[in-house]
Design a protein around this ligand. Structure first.
Ligand code: 2P0
Length: 361
């Protein structure tokens, strides 16, 4: 069992002066939701997600050794300086410095872009922090080539978590568990791990079509939403329910019981939003069109028997989940009935994917 102390390096065996990496890291969509945490993204309950394939952040990290010992970096977004992203990265570097002390020995240039529209309501913190963490680990591996592959990915996820909780689930694919759960060996509150058992073929290339219902800025940030679970009247039963749903989903992912899958996934999505509606202060992130889409999905599923379901993130957008074999009919349904509920009729077709990769070094 790894502890935080395992991620503090003793010394680096290889000096490196300059270099550059490019990493691509995907977003992920939780099926069992993380909602509630202790300091530094220690989750209040375990969560499970599908890693996505096409919604990604691509980040180039250039580094040059310097004499002085402080955090120093330039931040570019799509090639242009982006000052308003800097405080979040500064805070991330300060937080991970203990685990990656080489950070203060280099000046970094970070150039980042997303494959999905910036103001789409799709959070870029998961893919963005995962991409940055993978870059830092690529540099640490140059400094310490003896590092094992298992340690590399665990620590990449550990660092990503310190940036944003859900980011730790974007390092690996196709299904990731984060948070200690009795029935998932190796599971940890400190980092995400790949789902340890074989997954039923029905979930191969599982489809996630993201309907962009509201692309505006959220009224309540996820960080504040998490905080409102502290002292929440239903917190303890919610956290117990997440453990229970993960146990059930573990079985369903292996036996392919799609009706049970749908029941767990939709209940988790609605419970997440029920927690928001019963926080103090309470808030609602769903929009009228979110509910219209949910009702249309239920009607279509009842009429067609096609196992399409939805999940929700902390926002108004709807993730429509379905097996690859039903793609043609579901996309036709989306075109005919659901795009009308999307802002500017926009949606993004994604599928389950395999995690972050080093593209170039
Ligand atoms: C999740 N969400 O499991 C849940 C469900 C949104 C809804 O994790 O404060 O950006 O950076 O740890 O990870 C969104 O919260 O929050 C989130 P921080 P994060 O995906």
């Amino acid at each position: 069992m790894r502890s935080t102390a395992d991620f503090i390096p003793e010394n680096y065996s290889h000096p490196i002066e300059t270099g550059q990496f490019q990493v691509s890291a995907p977003s992920n969509i939780a099926l069992v939701k993380y909602w509630g945490k202790k300091d530094h993204q220690i989750p209040a309950n375990p969560s499970l997600s599908f890693t996505l394939k096409h919604c990604k952040t691509i980040t180039t990290l250039s580094f040059a050794k310097k004499e002085t010992e402080e955090i120093s970096f330039d931040l570019l977004f799509e090639g242009l300086p982006k000052e308003d992203f800097k405080p979040k990265i500064q805070k991330f570097f300060e937080r991970v410095h203990k685990y990656s002390p080489f950070i203060t020995s280099y000046h970094f240039t970070i150039d980042t872009r997303n494959t999905f529209p910036h103001s789409s309501g799709i959070a870029s913190s998961a893919s963005g922090m995962a991409a940055l963490a993978m870059n830092l680990m690529s540099l640490e591996k140059l400094l310490n080539p003896e590092m094992t592959e298992a340690y590399f990915y665990q620590k990449a996820s550990f660092l990503a978590r310190l940036g944003s909780g859900s980011a730790c689930r974007s390092i690996k694919g196709n299904v990731v568990v984060w948070g200690k759960h009795d029935e998932i060996p190796e599971s940890s509150d400190l980092f995400g791990v790949a789902f340890p058992s074989e997954i039923h073929a029905i979930f191969n290339n599982y489809q996630d079509t993201i309907l962009l219902v509201d692309k505006g800025e959220k009224q309540v940030s996820s960080t504040l939403g998490h905080d409102l679970m502290t002292g929440h009247p239903f917190a303890e039963s919610r956290f117990a329910q997440a453990h229970d749903n993960l146990s059930k989903l573990k079985i369903v992912l292996q036996n392919g019981d799609i009706n049970a899958f749908i029941a767990i996934v939709e209940s988790e999505a609605l419970t997440l939003h029920a927690m928001m509606m019963t926080s103090l202060p309470y808030f609602i992130l769903m929009k009228p069109n979110t509910l219209a889409i949910i009702n249309a999905i239920w009607k279509f599923r009842g009429d067609s028997n096609i196992p399409v379901c939805f999940t929700l993130d902390a926002g108004a957008n709807v993730h429509v989940l379905y097996p690859e074999k039903d793609k043609i009919q579901v996309l036709e349904f989306i075109q005919n009935q659901l795009v009308a509920f999307c802002e500017n009729q926009q949606y993004i077709c994604d599928t389950v994917g395999s995690g972050a990769v080093l593209i170039d070094s």
